[in-house]
Design a binder for this molecule. Structure first.
Ligand SMILES: Nc1ncnc2c1ncn2[C@@H]1O[C@H](COP(=O)(O)OP(=O)(O)OP(=O)(O)O)[C@@H](O)[C@H]1O
Length: 722
């Protein structure tokens, strides 16, 4: 199958431009940037806490296309995609869920910084050597003082001084390089996770709350990031590990008899103390949660202050806040108690170790088996070992948190819910961009995490007979043919059952029907947010699945009841109609004028540069709607869907918006959904959707004459007006 797609993988100098293409911004990017590696790996990796595996095969770069031109004439050698008509995958095609974050991936990302890693290893050895050597020289210092060592004092002090000077230098180089490496790794991970979220199927966003998804990017990924930044200090992570190993070795060299007893004692007591401390982590967390709950309540109260006032809810809000403040207080008291015990427990570990050392070592010093200096070094190493072991246990505790976070990310994002048609289109478009742009490199220079070769195989093959989707959509009808559909989260409830509807090219079709009949569902299918379970959607007779979703998105404009604006300026919101283009101010103004929006925009404080606020909240509903229409005008898509576009407006705004909609609809294949039947009477055809099918179809007068459900709906609405 993969090889069947290769006739379309053109060499850079053999790119053909399909005739009759109107969208120059696509044409100018016909040539794909050379795709670099997709994390080639040499072996599989497994870790017991969360199963991580990557195979060489799944990350092979060999099948990634080097260049691609869509819209080419069919190639008889290219086989049809091995795809069932319902869009599901056959057994052969099924892709096993793979973990998004894996050891293999981390390793590959780390290996990009080989030089820095080498510097880190060397400086780590350097600072540990300095730290541990100082203690030996401190012991020698005492031996010189007691006269057992015939060496001038300045020579030892000189060495100690040099070590004191070198240690911070090594530390700075180690910390800076570790941080740089990890920040770069995290940058790529963050970008890839964001991308992976963006290409999930629509049901993914039905299933998970926005907060959960943001949590993956912020707190979960944050704890992965913190594992390095918070474990880079002297008593944590690699430094603690190297100090434990180094100290134990030195102790054995200094006194092979004393070292095992002291070593075992210090390590055991330190581990016990550290483990005890870890068990108190939930108390710290509970305190944090209590604080968050209290501040959430305050935030909700103030953000809904008008609702609180209108219901006289101040007392309730106060009492609830009081409850939360009390919970915060009691968790704070508990936390204080645990903090004090924690504080003392480390001291207990040190005191026990020192007492043992003094008993055993003191006897040896008295017997002349050990010098005072060596005894002093032992005391120093007792402290080092205690803190290092505790630091190490803390690092392991943090690692557990990281594994849990990674597992959460993997469990949500490693399923097979990727919208492949979208993923493929995005991959292709990203690769067409100039590679020197930093923000794009994040997504391509490392290759995507997605297994793109099977997507390429499928879509390359499927696209072989597709001509330019724009010209098809401008010239052909859009048909829903025997469409069956259930929402993935409610597979038992059939919303559409064998629906047939033709949207004639360049004309207006109105879709009416009772609430819950499935009108908006048809919009979602036409926009390809979801795919039919059975049946086809075609444009000019071509199955729309032949086009990747980025291409399809360019030919469909949707204006709905509550248009969502981004919290940028008015001008930028209009320019979003062509998100990949540099839209000129003149084009933006022309679109705004056609949408009856120019007058109100220039009366805003900063005109086209005025910020619209979160979700356009600083504008009225009618103003938002006209900006959305200007955006759609700029997009200039051949298929237009108006889903209750004027229903939330008052009469004056509706007139203005309706004017601009009339302008927008001209010459486009339009589907209008409206509850107010008076607004759709002029449509070329009216389709009545009921029980998942189109039950009546005709002009307003034909349907009235039929005296069916449409006629009775019209009657009901007239009665309501009278
Ligand atoms: N994302 C979803 N997941 C599961 N079920 C859904 C989803 N969206 C809509 N539904 C269900 O699909 C059915 C059809 O909804 P749809 O919004 O298409 O109806 P409608 O005809 O547009 O209704 P209205 O005129 O009230 O807007 C409803 O029963 C609804 O509960």
């Amino acid at each position: 199958m993969a090889s069947a797609a290769f006739p379309l993988l053109l060499q850079p100098n053999s790119i053909r431009i399909p005739a009759g293409r109107s969208h120059t911004r696509t044409d100018r990017n016909l040539k794909l940037a050379v795709s670099s590696l997709n994390y080639p790996l040499r072996r599989s990796w497994r870790f017991p806490l969360f199963s991580l595996s990557m195979s060489r095969k799944s990350y092979s770069a060999s099948a990634i296309p080097r260049a691609y031109v869509n819209g080419l004439a069919s190639d008889p050698n290219v086989s049809e995609p091995n795809r069932r008509i319902d869009g599901s995958e056959t057994e052969n095609e099924k892709v096993k869920p793979r973990n998004l974050i894996s050891w293999g991936l981390l390793w590959t990302l780390l290996l990009k910084h080989k030089l820095r890693l080498a510097v880190c290893v060397l400086t780590l050895i350097g600072c540990t050597t300095c730290t541990l050597s100082v203690t030996i020289y401190s012991g020698q210092f005492f031996d010189i003082l007691t006269g057992t060592r015939p060496e001038p004092l300045w020579s030892v002090l000189g060495k100690v001084g040099l070590l004191y000077a070198l240690e911070p230098i090594f530390t700075v180089i180690f910390v800076v390089n570790m941080n740089i490496i990890w920040e770069k790794v995290m940058l790529l991970l963050r970008a890839q996770i964001f991308r992976r979220m963006l290409i999930q199927k629509a049901e993914f966003f039905d299933r998970y709350k926005v907060g959960e998804l943001i949590g993956l990017l912020t707190s979960d990924l944050g704890s992965v990031k913190d594992i390095v930044s918070e474990n880079i200090s002297r008593d944590r992570g690699f430094r603690a590990l190297s100090e434990v190993v180094g100290t134990v070795c030195i102790l054995f060299v200094l006194s092979p008899q004393l070292a095992p007893i002291l070593g075992i004692l210090v390590v055991t007591v330190s581990i016990l103390v550290a483990v005890y401390k870890r068990t108190t982590v939930p108390v710290f967390k509970a305190h944090g949660l209590a604080q968050a709950s209290m501040s959430d309540w305050a935030a909700e109260t103030f953000s809904a202050i008008r609702t609180v006032r209108s219901f006289g809810g101040e007392k309730r809000q106060m009492f609830m806040f009081g409850n939360k403040a009390l919970a915060y207080q009691s968790s704070g008291i508990k936390l204080g108690t645990f903090k004090s015990i924690n504080e003392s427990s480390t001291r207990i570990a040190i005191y026990v170790s020192l007492l043992t050392l003094n008993c055993l070592g003191g006897r040896k010093v008295k017997a002349g088996e050990l010098s005072v200096g060596t005894m002093a070094s032992f005391i120093g190493y007792t402290f080092t070992l205690t803190f290092a072991v505790q630091g190490l246990v803390n690092t392991f505790g943090d690692l557990r948190g990281v594994f849990a976070a990674v597992e959460r990310i993997n469990s949500i994002l490693s399923g097979t819910e990727i919208d492949e048609a979208l993923a493929y289109g995005l991959e292709r478009e990203i690769q067409q961009k100039e590679v020197h742009e930093e923000n794009i490199k994040l997504f391509i220079s490392n290759g995507s995490i997605e297994k793109t070769e099977h997507l390429n195989a499928r879509y390359m093959s499927a696209l072989k007979s597709a001509r330019n989707v724009g010209s098809l959509a401008w010239s052909g009808d859009v048909c829903l043919e025997d469409v069956y559909f259930s929402y993935p989260l409610r597979p038992d409830v059939e919303i559409l059952s064998g629906l047939n509807l033709t949207l004639k090219c360049g004309t207006v079709t109105a879709l009416v029907g009772p609430s819950g009949a499935g009108k908006s569902t048809i919009v979602q299918l036409l926009a390809r947010f979801y795919e039919p379970i059975k049946g086809l959607i075609t444009v000019a007779g071509k199955d729309v699945r032949m086009f990747d979703k980025s291409e399809w998105a360019r030919v469909v404009s949707i204006v709905n009841q509550e248009p969502v604006l981004f919290s940028v300026s008015v001008g930028e919101n209009i320019a979003y109609g062509l998100p990949d283009d540099n839209v000129s101010k003149d084009d933006i103004i022309a679109a705004a004028k056609a949408a009856n929006a120019h007058e109100f925009i220039i009366s805003l404080p900063q005109g086209y540069d005025t910020l619209v606020g979160e979700r356009g909240g600083l504008l009225s509903g009618g103003q938002r709607q006209r900006i959305a229409i200007a955006r759609a005008l700029l997009k200039d898509a051949p298929i237009l869907i108006l889903d209750e576009a004027t229903s939330a407006l008052d009469a004056a705004s509706e007139r203005l918006v309706q004017d601009s909609l009339n302008h927008l609809m001209k010459g486009r294949t339009t589907l209008v959904i409206a509850h107010r039947l008076s607004t759709v009477q002029k449509a070329n055809q009216i389709a009545l959707c009921s029980e998942g099918k189109i039950t009546e179809l005709g002009t307003h007068f034909q349907l009235l004459a039929k005296k069916g459900q449409y006629a009775s709906l019209v009657g009901t609405q007239r009665l309501a007006f009278e």
